[in-house]
Design a protein around this ligand. Sequence first.
Ligand SMILES: [Zn+2]
Length: 385
Amino acid sequence: MSYSSKGRKVRRRRKSVNVRNLVILIGGAVVAIVLLVLLISGAVRLISKGLGALSGLGDGSSGGSSTVSSDAESSEEPVEPEYTWTTVQLAEADERQGELILVNSSHEYRSEPEDLLIFYGNKTSSYGLKEAEMYAKSPVVTAMNNMMDAFRAATGNGSVLLTSAYRDVSYQQQLYDADLASSGLATSDSVSKPGCSEHHTGYALDLSYQSTSGNNYLDGTGDFAWLVGNCYKYGFIVRYTEEKSSITGIISEPWHYRYVGTVHAEAITKGGYCLEEYIEMLKLHDSTNPYEFTSESGSSYLIYYTAGAGASTDVPVISGKSYTISGTNEGGFVTVVELGGQNTGSGLLSSSASSEGESGTSSSESSDGSSETSSLSNSTESVSG
Ligand SMILES: [Zn+2]
């Protein structure tokens, strides 16, 4: 019994020894595998470092060695210049001023545009006016003159009639009420709510053309396709297209041109945005992460958004670089900094565009005797007709 019990004991001991051995074996195997993995990964790392160094020496284009190569070959690569930033202080009211202001059914225009210029006596002879008393912001009058001169030169068509420009809120109310009366609907998708029309800003123009059947709004076809394709060069966008009507809330209006300035007009057109989308996109780009845009003339720009900070907002700008800042009418500012391009200064803009931005140039042009006389006679004709 005792033997057998001893034997059992021994057997038991042997069993427990076996289990311990198994544990040690497994543990050893795990440690060995871990060591092996560490060894292999170390070797791989060493090898890849060696290869990276080799490719860095070779072409300098591999991702891993790009920092090394850009340090070593900085003289060959265009280096981002270090800009000195400063700030411009803007008031809350400035958020509602400028060529990029967004006005739609959810962003009412709550200012009165300053420096409105009357078209009559300030326009060229390439187009007519529906009424004598038509006004827009002065850069818009200049841009319209340049665009219509180029349009007439390109197509020989002088039938365009400016049908609507700046409108005050009470006039918009009349138009709105008339549209509801004729449609029998509760709201309008063709006439903006009073306060919500771009025409309040002085940056929007409606164009029609004279024909034997009377005045028709531009449809963007025939000769007028030229305007659709070229308007951005003069700072205009076709504001309401069929494609974007679900975003703008306005049906296709190929006659409604909105001035946003040449840089924004080109960026919006080339990017395939509507104004709402463009501002939303820019809101993802502050001055630390600006939207970079190169125009077809080769000039490059940084465009960025600064959220309004209440009574006073510090908008960053780059020292020594020319810039424009516009409010967005939705709570912020958009800055365009011109970095320059292959050419320098204003000479790189087309001659039609170069006189556009500066009111000084426009007033000297419009006071030119011959152009004024011809525009006056043309205006008088259009107004009476
Ligand atoms: Zn309009």
